[in-house]
Design a protein around this ligand. Structure first.
Ligand code: SF4
Length: 479
């Protein structure tokens, strides 16, 4: 039997999908090349944009039509707002949170479906009462029905699952789940719940395994990654200490390794985090620090818990300690009540910060959030105009940074084939995308560090000529 999973949204969802794949394959399911071949069809959803939710509706309507031809089971997990969950329960066979993923085998066996061998074996052991198709339920309910005396938290069980990594050289490592900040526009505290830090011993063990296997790029994930440990104050190390430990382990390999993290919150971005990055070559010199708005009144209404001056202070310290770092951000335009003057403040801050990249989103209300109760009073035409003006400003600062790279060499991690025929693409340590012509279309460079000479630039990407390929020291030393 085969499964097909559509993953929408951020890196956290990709990371969750790697654990989902382990669970499904452990049950005996094999991956389907296309959805038409699959017996089990699932979505890892994202609630950040309406477009992603629309895609879920599109899929489930298609899959429910497929049910008329043959039996398939559908499930939904990921970031789903409570209001949407109610609607989806009527459309999907199973709806569960990612925390509840470890219980999927029990859920499917309770559902009374014909399952692959591994699941049938499990059924033999615990003959649960069969459910009828149409018995919609979530794992939360199942957990309540079948209290198993297990005192480990459900999240611990999720993190214990060995991920089926999507790449042999780049890995995501979740270190925290949920968020306590409650920004008024954001669905995360409702879809993923309150902040929970993963035990540092487990994080370090997973990182050690990746280092041993020669991984070159590791990204630590959390919705509010730098508040790591705060939920277990005194019992867990801080984010800065965790970074130091990881940086120390990666540096000790003697290889080039880039360790990233995303996304931090300005409020928890202390000098200790910046100092940790400065002290370890393996901690990548790239920081993604969401600004969201450059006006204190808008920030207050967003419940961001930081001011523009707080943000300035952190960036000043970053620039002093890490002059080579690239700086990325997130900005929302057209938040309810945003005046032209307030938007101009955001423009000024964007110019001042000289960002290399900004993910600029046009505000759209997410049902169930606080800001969705406010009037979405900035007309779409105005929002789009603000998006355009901000993007133009961003292009100027980003281009200044990429121009400074012209005719210089840069080290890249080659990540795949480029859209341009015969070219490969990758990114610098600062995560600036670069493409280069691969001699003879050689794809064996994918997953390697190479040096290129930068020959042309655009604001957010560069093009270069291959100079050399970095020796794989770790392979030599492990022979
Ligand atoms: S910090 Fe704000 S924007 Fe980020 S996940 Fe938490 S609530 Fe959402």
């Amino acid at each position: 039997m085969k499964y097909f999973v559509l993953t929408l949204g951020c890196q956290m969802n990709i990371s969750d999908s790697e654990r989902l794949v382990t669970v499904l394959e452990g049950m005996g399911y094999a991956p389907a090349q296309k959805e038409e071949e699959a017996d089990l069809l699932g979505v890892i959803a994202c609630s950040v944009r309406q477009k992603a939710i629309d895609k879920v509706y599109m899929k489930i309507h298609k899959w429910n039509r497929m049910k008329e031809q043959r039996p398939v089971i559908t499930f939904l997990t990921g970031c789903v707002l409570p209001a949407d969950r109610e609607k989806f329960l009527k459309l999907f066979d199973l709806v569960f949170t990612t925390n509840e993923l470890p219980g999927l085998p029990e859920l499917l066996s309770q559902y009374g479906v014909v399952t692959p061998y591994a699941l049938q074996e499990q059924q033999k052991k615990s003959t649960p009462p069969a459910r009828q198709p149409g018995d919609m339920l979530s794992l939360t309910r199942l957990a309540q029905e079948t209290a198993d005396g297990n005192d480990r938290s459900v999240l611990d069980r999720l993190w214990e699952i060995e991920p089926s990594l999507h790449s042999p050289f780049e890995a995501f490592v979740p270190i925290q789940n949920g968020c306590d900040k409650f920004c008024t526009y954001c669905a995360v505290p409702y879809t993923r719940g309150r902040e929970v830090s993963r035990p540092s011993g487990e994080v370090l063990e997973e990182i050690a395994g990746l280092l041993e296997r020669g991984y070159k790029s590791i990204t630590l994930l959390g919705q509010n990654v730098n508040s790591y440990g705060l939920d277990k104050k005194g019992k867990e190390i801080t984010f800065a200490r965790l970074l130091e430990r990881i940086g120390g382990m990666a540096d000790a390999t003697g290889r080039r390794i880039w360790v990233y993290f995303t996304s931090p919150h300005p409020r928890d971005m202390g000098p200790d985090v910046v100092d940790a990055i400065a002290s370890h070559p393996s901690l990548a010199k790239q920081i993604h620090l969401p600004l969201q708005a450059g006006d204190d009144e808008v920030l207050r209404r967003m419940n961001r818990k930081h001011t523009v001056d707080d943000y300035r202070r952190i960036v000043r310290y970053i620039r002093e300690q890490l002059p080579q770092t690239t700086l990325f951000t997130d900005i929302i335009v057209g938040f309810p009540g945003e005046t032209e003057e307030q938007f101009e403040h955001t423009r000024q801050v964007l110019r001042e910060m000289e960002f290399n990249m900004a993910y600029i989103a046009v505000y759209s209300p997410r049902p169930g959030t606080v800001s969705a109760r406010r009037k979405d009073d900035v007309p779409m035409k105005v929002k789009k105009d603000r998006l355009h003006r901000l993007t133009t400003d961003l292009e100027e600062s980003a281009l200044r940074a990429t121009r400074a790279m012209l005719q210089r060499t840069a080290t890249l991690l080659v990540t795949g084939k480029d859209r341009k025929d015969g070219y490969l693409s990758g990114h610098t340590e600062g995560r600036i995308p670069v493409r280069f012509l691969s001699p003879g279309g050689d794809t064996s460079l994918i997953g390697k560090f190479v040096t290129v000479n930068i020959t042309s630039v655009a604001p957010f990407s560069m093009e270069g000529e291959l100079v050399s390929v970095e020796e794989e020291i770790w392979q030599e030393s492990t022979k």
